[in-house]
Design a protein. Structure first.
Length: 170
């Protein structure tokens, strides 16, 4: 069956979609059936035109928050091994929608959550690492889903808690 992989973010080279596409292509040549669904604004049009040449690249356009949540429910994995990643709340949003995540090691959210609880960290510059990470998510999908039953770490992101912390800071 087809496995739907999602990216949500601005589309430019440092978001690393080209290496994800290369990893997906290698896996599809090994009899996987992966589709890459991409949501976001196009920052680098030339880069986007190259990405579009892939036959499993599915650009869904720019979407509002409600549309993104609906799209997340239609996908199986969230993959964004960006170069030089900041924290990226989109990863947290993906977890809230029970999407196992693939992210950049030693950057952004890496080491914020228990290792391999909600997803896997990869070397963003290594297609082989990204490929192995995707396979890990697929082969351990049920384990990741079980881990998402109790997402106690996400309580840090509730608006009430954030408001209290900000109030205390001021």
């Amino acid at each position: 069956e087809e496995i739907n992989i999602l990216f949500v973010g601005r589309i430019y080279r440092q978001k690393n979609l080209h290496r994800v596409i290369e990893a997906i292509e290698l896996l599809n040549n090994q009899k996987y059936n992966l589709k890459y669904n991409v949501v976001g604004s196009i920052i680098d049009k030339e880069y986007f035109e190259k990405l579009k040449q892939s036959n499993f690249f599915n650009y869904l356009g720019e979407k509002n928050k409600e549309e993104v949540l609906s799209i997340m429910n239609d996908n199986d994995l969230f993959i964004m091994p960006s170069e030089n990643e900041t924290f990226g709340l989109v990863y947290v949003e993906a977890i809230t929608q029970n999407l196992p995540i693939l992210f950049t090691e030693n950057e952004g959210i890496d080491q914020y959550f228990p290792k391999n609880k909600y997803g896997v960290a990869v070397n963003a510059y290594d297609v082989n690492s990204i490929q192995k990470g995707i396979v890990n998510l697929i082969k351990n999908y049920e384990n990741y889903q079980n881990n998402m039953i109790n997402k106690k770490e996400l309580s840090d992101f509730k608006w009430k808690r954030i408001g209290t912390i900000y109030t205390q800071l001021y």
